[in-house]
Design a protein around this ligand. Structure first.
Ligand SMILES: NC(=O)c1ccc[n+]([C@@H]2O[C@H](COP(=O)([O-])OP(=O)(O)OC[C@H]3O[C@@H](n4cnc5c(N)ncnc54)[C@H](O)[C@@H]3O)[C@@H](O)[C@H]2O)c1
Length: 354
């Protein structure tokens, strides 16, 4: 039997939104888990990706505002890979409040649409949205907070995909709890992102007795988000990634994890470099040097599909405030960082229970 639809609104129609919307189409007709290549769960708590319906969207970029969501996701400067044709959705992208959404290097690639700002809370209510995904550029912290306020006003659960500190802030968590709404975040963990790979590497080596003394993980990318991160969120991103990576080692080590630079011809691709040095049996030195190549947008897809469906489950159960079981599994900076296997178990138990 088909489940009720999950009504989702988007703040920011960039590469991440594009991958998510295309992903729903890509997996729409897949019936069996074993055929769902690239997904952690085809069904989650009984929900299939096709149960997700996009009912409302906000952006500020000229060309995206006023366009059908199915067209806006392929509009400049979005440059992520195309994995599916998306039929007309019937949702026009509304002009959101700009605030600090477009500044620094982003101003060179985004022309701000001049039309009147929409009333976000009213639009959310009218659309019947249950969950608002915050997909704004890193560093757009005032605008992110504004969408969180509007989400509270409209009675929507809030998913903070960005590194702005929101879900892990007890004050915001308290406000969502008071309103009886779930809140998850901050800063999504990619499916095969540098952070999760770096953590797995360090965890395996330390479990096998290696004493890692120094390690770095640095990357270059060509999406708008890489350009934006250069000026606006490099320090914040580095702090979040480094504390997430450090959490898996039971001893102190020199760790650097962060974004390095923007290389426009890479498009939405990202190359991540891992390097480490340590000592194994008898104090014998070892080194490891690896490169990972991925595309940013799709790297968020599988995790986002899990998050949206898990938040719907939280809504169904009347869970309110910060939901650690979802945040610890799917985000780099939850209120409490758990070891990856523990976070995964907590998530699976959450989905199955109740
Ligand atoms: N794999 C991933 O893509 C991934 C992983 C972890 C975190 N994130 C986070 O997700 C967020 C989105 O990433 P992206 O690659 O889609 O970025 P993007 O730059 O491609 O898209 C951001 C969109 O937000 C729009 N925008 C800017 N200001 C706005 C405002 N005030 N109101 C409404 N829209 C506004 C822009 O026009 C653009 O369409 C970033 O904060 C990023 O750090 C992404």
């Amino acid at each position: 039997m088909s489940k009720a639809k999950i009504k989702v609104a988007l703040a920011g129609v960039g590469n991440c939104a594009s991958a998510l919307i295309q992903g729903v189409e890509y997996y729409r007709h897949v019936q069996h888990e074993e055929e769902a290549v690239g997904l952690s769960h085809l069904y989650l708590g009984g929900y299939h990706p096709r149960d997700i319906e996009f009912v409302c969207a906000f952006d500020v970029a000229s060309g995206k505002v006023g366009a059908d969501l199915s067209e806006a996701i392929f509009t400049h400067p979005n440059n992520t890979i195309k994995i599916a044709d998306v039929p007309k959705i019937g949702v026009k992208v509304l002009r959101g409040p700009l605030m600090d959404g477009v500044s620094g290097p982003l101003s060179d690639v985004i022309t701000v649409d001049e039309s009147e700002e929409a009333d976000v809370a009213s639009a959310l209510k009218e659309s019947g949205a249950e969950i608002l995904l915050n997909l704004l550029p890193s560093g757009a912290s005032e605008a992110s907070k504004r969408y969180a306020e509007e989400s509270l006003k409209a009675g929507c659960a809030f998913v903070n995909v960005t590194p702005t500190i929101l879900a892990s802030d007890p004050e915001w968590a308290g406000r969502f709890k008071e309103k009886g709404l779930p809140l998850v975040g901050d800063d999504l963990t990619d499916q095969v992102g540098a952070t999760i790979i770096h953590k797995a590497l360090l965890e395996t080596l330390s479990r096998r007795g290696v004493r890692v003394s120094e390690t770095y993980q640095l990357d270059v990318g060509g999406g708008t988000e890489s350009l934006n991160t250069l000026e606006r969120a490099r320090d914040l991103k580095r702090a979040i990634k480094t504390s997430s990576v450090s959490s898996v080692l039971p001893y102190p080590a020199e760790i650097v994890a962060g974004s390095t630079d923007y290389v426009d011809f890479l498009g939405n691709r990202r190359d991540s470099y891992f390097w480490l040095r340590g000592l194994y049996f008898g104090g014998v030195p070892m080194r490891l040097d690896i490169k990972l190549s991925t595309v940013d947008g799709p790297n968020a897809g599988s995790v986002l599909l899990d998050v949206v469906r898990a938040v719907k489950i939280a809504l169904n159960r009347g869970e309110a405030g910060h939901v650690l079981a979802i945040s610890a599994y799917a985000f780099k900076r939850p209120a409490e960082i758990l070891p990856p296997d523990e976070a995964e178990k907590l998530f699976e138990t959450f989905v199955r229970s109740g």
